[in-house]
Design a protein around this ligand. Structure first.
Ligand SMILES: NC(=O)c1ccc[n+]([C@@H]2O[C@H](COP(=O)([O-])OP(=O)(O)OC[C@H]3O[C@@H](n4cnc5c(N)ncnc54)[C@H](OP(=O)(O)O)[C@@H]3O)[C@@H](O)[C@H]2O)c1
Length: 262
């Protein structure tokens, strides 16, 4: 399917690994020009080179923390008038005991998971509205919708982010701008590779065994983790011309781990 976005310009924040990387790849395959950001230089430059080589699209890597004002300004200076904004971050720290969450942990999670993305959207929305076309997709977490003590710092800020996106989406849809949130469950990414390899090492098992054990514990109906490429494809579709009537939604993609009719 041609998504009709060839030649559009996109900023992908959090693009050097995991789902952000796959979203960038999927947009590049549609002929979208990219400005990619992340904090670590090595992975960012490797990803930018790989995407440019494989797709032939223009890719500009920007070393920046999009949770900071300085980082956001650097990204926006490189791409001041994006048609598309995709944003994500690494999963925040686990919180097995809510009593051990410190104020500094909240501040960090709120800056990265809520305030940074909100400020960034604020900075690009006026231009999208004036040009009468825009697409924003936040890659958040299923923990935003389904509370879990372990994921308080992940779900809490992103529940607020999804709510903000839903509210602002209603204001800008009549100008051709959509805002949606993707809520992923468990996926094979750099983060899960590290986490479940460490578990396997501690338990004397394998990564695959630990993933299978966790999938059973969490009632993931698919019985497995998802592939980050599937999130990437969904994000690209949400950025496409066929998605102009879909806005303000929080879309769960979790292999059937959570259940509700609507
Ligand atoms: N993986 C899962 O199974 C899973 C499950 C549920 C929800 N999620 C959610 O899905 C989203 C993506 O997760 P993922 O597993 O794909 O993450 P990941 O593999 O850790 O990749 C995150 C990307 O964002 C970049 N990044 C992180 N913080 C940043 C910041 N402040 N500024 C700029 N770049 C930043 C990272 O590069 P640098 O570190 O170099 O900056 C990396 O490129 C997260 O919101 C996570 O909570 C993931």
């Amino acid at each position: 399917m041609d998504l009709g976005i060839r030649g559009r310009k996109a900023i992908v924040n959090g693009a050097s690994a995991g789902m952000g990387r796959e979203a960038a790849f999927a947009l590049a395959r549609e002929g979208v020009e990219l400005c990619l950001s992340a904090r670590g230089a090595e992975r960012l430059h490797a990803t930018a080179e790989e995407i440019a080589r494989e797709t032939g699209t223009k890719v500009l890597p920007i070393l920046a923390d999009h949770a900071s004002e300085e980082g956001r300004l650097r990204i926006l200076a490189a791409c001041p008038d994006p048609d598309i904004l995709v944003s994500t971050c690494s999963p925040p720290r686990m919180t097995p005991d809510y009593r051990q969450i410190e104020l500094a942990h909240w501040r960090e999670a709120l800056d990265t998971g809520l305030l940074g993305p909100v400020q960034f959207m604020h900075a690009v929305l006026e231009g999208m509205v004036a040009r009468r076309w825009g697409r924003i997709v936040q890659i958040a977490t299923v923990a935003a919708k389904y509370p879990l003590e372990l994921r308080i710092l992940s779900g809490g800020p992103r529940a607020a982010l999804a709510n903000y996106c839903g509210a602002v989406a209603l204001r800008v849809i009549q100008h051709g701008v959509t805002i949606n949130t993707v809520l992923p469950g468990m996926f094979h990414t750099a983060f899960t590779a590290k986490q479940f390899s460490e578990r396997a090492q501690a338990a004397g098992s394998t990564y695959e065994e630990e993933v299978a054990r966790f999938s059973a514990q969490m009632n993931i109906a698919a019985g497995r983790f998802g592939e980050a490429q599937d999130v990437g494809s969904l994000v690209a579709w949400l950025c496409g011309r066929h998605a102009g009537y879909l806005t303000g939604q929080s879309i769960v993609m979790d292999g059937g781990a959570t259940r509700s009719t609507f």
